[in-house]
Design a protein around this ligand. Sequence first.
Ligand code: DOR
Ligand code: ZN
Length: 445
Amino acid sequence: MHKRILIQNATLVNERKSFKGSLVIEDEHIEEIITGDASPGMTADETVDATGCYLLPGLIDEHVHFRYPGMTHKADIGSESRAAAAGGVTTYFDMPNTLPPTTTPEAYDDKLAMARRESLVNYGFYFGATAENAATLASLSSHHVCGIKLFMGASTGGLLVDGMRALEAVFEHARLPIVAHCEDSRLIAANAAAARERYGDDPAVEHHAEIRSAEACYRSTALAVDLARRYGRRLHVAHISTARELDLFAPGDPLVTAEACLAHLLYCEDDYKRFGTRIKCNPAVKTKADRDALRAALTDGRLLTVATDHAPHLFSEKQGGCLRAASGMPLIQFFLPAMLDLVDAGTLSVERLVELACHNPARLFGVENRGFLREGYKADLVLVRPHSLWTLTPNRIESRCGWSPLEGHTFHWRVEQTYCNGFLIYNNGHLTDLNFRGEAVTFAH
Ligand code: DOR
Ligand code: ZN
């Protein structure tokens, strides 16, 4: 017996178009997409009246830190995948800066096995580059590994490749997309020493962008772009945070592309007064002019994707200044409503948002059968309602760390339903079945 769900009278957003229509899910797949108010070619077991709502492909968050293994006091695959489901994110790609780091086939297999046991939504994992594992990078399965994460600047965890010869080896051997964290470590160390002289042992968080400076980002990003061109490798630079770095990217470039993360689109240095270390992350949020340039680049093609850099820490770990407070913040659950706020503000269109958060991650990584509303694709879907005001209170937070920089914010869009592989995992404020499990995403690079 096949199960069919009809989602009726929504505004469907897909491949640069929005149109009134309906969609039929059959088992795990999108069976039929209907334009206008025609009836489906088959009967449904359930009908959802989606009048007034927008139906989007489930989001693919290509940049998260779910902390398993080794830092599960902050978060784990179960807790953070529940946050994803509640936010309309149906697929995530998790970063390798765990304990131990995901830099060996054994560590990678262990994460995959844990996701199979715990993940409420679909998953992929990056393999981390080190100064020693270039040969392993050449032999990774292009069908199962989403990409290679390269830390060209140190952040949470000890992963760092910054010697020129080691970097060349990574670019020479990589066959999968390289996603790079670009900040020049030497310049950061020099800036930190100068800041300590000037402000004392642990400078206040307002000085974070003096230490993790715009120049440190530019130097490292320029080097990564240069290496990618020299070796002809696919490079995606993570969390671009400055206007100047954007000049290194051209719309439509097939080799070198850029990601923006939510914190750099929402916040700027002036916000430290209000949020303190809650918004401390690496790279640092920069000036208002940088934030506005990033917002503009969402639509001009220089940014290919948006992601969360969901990086939960306990609130107790966020105490102190630039050198003591942990960097990173949880964002995945409120990613979609926050981006839809930017749609309401006129920063980007809802069609462009779907391109940046669903289609383009799918294209970039070669995700099979997801990221689009297409007949035959997996039914990863999110139903959102506009003009439906709600204020974020801590009791809504699914992430284990239990706090959000967006607490107290009033959103104008509400996630009503999330479907993962055709299964309704989130329905109007509730996760429906904590025993449901997502799948390992596969890639055709
Ligand atoms: O702010 C950050 N937090 N930036 C990173 O690069 C790592 C992340 C984390 O894992 O905490
Ligand atoms: Zn990150």
